[in-house]
Design a protein around this ligand. Structure first.
Ligand code: ASP
Length: 298
């Protein structure tokens, strides 16, 4: 996250927190809350989700999103959608209305339209800042300066390798956990590539019997380790959420040289936050108040 984007990230997180928490205060479900929080961040061009996302190598926005209900393990996901402003809303429709869990591409868009969502032109999701970012990434690739192996190696990462996926975890008054993650994926990705964010157990997972989790970072290493499920399982077997979060990021780096960030919430309300990227923006709200932060390793 470059210095000039810090304030916008803080604002975006604050807006998402209040949208999600306002629902929880009214007694809404954790599922409604994470959906609302993530939709606010999809609508905010600051983040790599919804409009303003990173572009594929052919200059389009392709979005992935998943949400999961920890009460009953119901989940809904969409990937490679190009014509939806809020993929997390489409994921919610899948969770609520389909016997299936996961839709991709045109089939996902058709399902969303059949359930009342507007289909838009992909150009409505593309902003000039991202055209410029893609141009620079492709110039760097031509010059041989980019990490074209997509290894996720932090040492090989450049300033272009930022990760701005959004996610939320929540616990409601009924004691139910939920998690949601939404992303435009990685910059300059090949069309059709799906990352960790929308895959169950990778970038998102929720189970009342363990924990709720959302991750960001280089998707391929996170997928190989099924890291979201790895982290919640540690909570189930007795780790503190903070310990499990730190251990997950450590495992990601030690095993595959990967980098990323994680937010984790246990069924008793304890949280875990960890990242090995230089910075990560996060916020947490409880009845005791809100806390916003951009933690730094740099
Ligand atoms: N994890 C996302 C992906 O690989 C990218 C990110 O977090 O920025 O698609």
């Amino acid at each position: 996250m470059p210095d000039d984007a810090v304030a916008a990230h803080e604002r975006g997180i604050a807006n998402a927190l209040s949208a999600g928490y306002a629902l929880l205060e009214k007694g809404a479900s954790s599922l409604d809350s994470v959906e609302a929080a993530v939709a606010v961040m999809e609508d905010d061009e600051t983040f790599d989700a919804g409009r303003g996302s990173f572009l594929t190598r052919d200059g389009r926005v392709q979005l992935d999103a998943l949400l999961m209900n920890g009460e009953n393990l119901r989940a809904g996901g969409v990937a490679c959608v190009e014509r939806l402003r809020n993929p997390i809303r489409a994921a919610r429709l899948v969770l609520d209305h389909s016997p299936h869990i996961y839709f991709v591409g045109a089939g996902a868009e058709r399902f969303a339209r059949q359930h009342g969502m507007d289909l838009i032109d992909n150009t409505e999701l593309v902003i000039p800042r991202e055209r410029e970012r893609l141009f620079k990434a492709q110039q760097a690739e031509i010059a041989g300066e980019a990490d074209t192996t997509f290894s996720g190696d932090l040492a090989a990462a450049t300033a272009l390798d930022s990760h701005d996926t959004v996610g939320a975890v929540a616990l409601d008054i009924h004691g139910n956990l939920a998690a949601a993650t939404s992303t435009g994926g990685t910059l300059n990705k090949a069309p059709g590539r799906v990352g960790d964010s929308s895959l169950i157990g990778c970038g998102c997972y929720a189970d009342n019997h363990s924990a709720a989790v959302s991750l960001t970072g280089w998707g391929e290493p996170i997928m190989k380790l099924v890291l979201g499920k790895w982290a919640v399982d540690r909570v189930a077997s007795g780790s503190e959420p903070q310990q499990a979060a730190a251990a997950a990021i450590d495992y990601l780096y030690q095993r595959l040289g990967g980098h990323g960030g994680i937010i984790l919430l246990g069924p008793d309300g304890r949280i875990g936050i960890a990242h090995n990227t230089p910075r990560m923006a996060w916020g947490v709200q409880t009845p005791a108040g809100a806390q916003l932060g951009i933690t730094r390793n740099d």
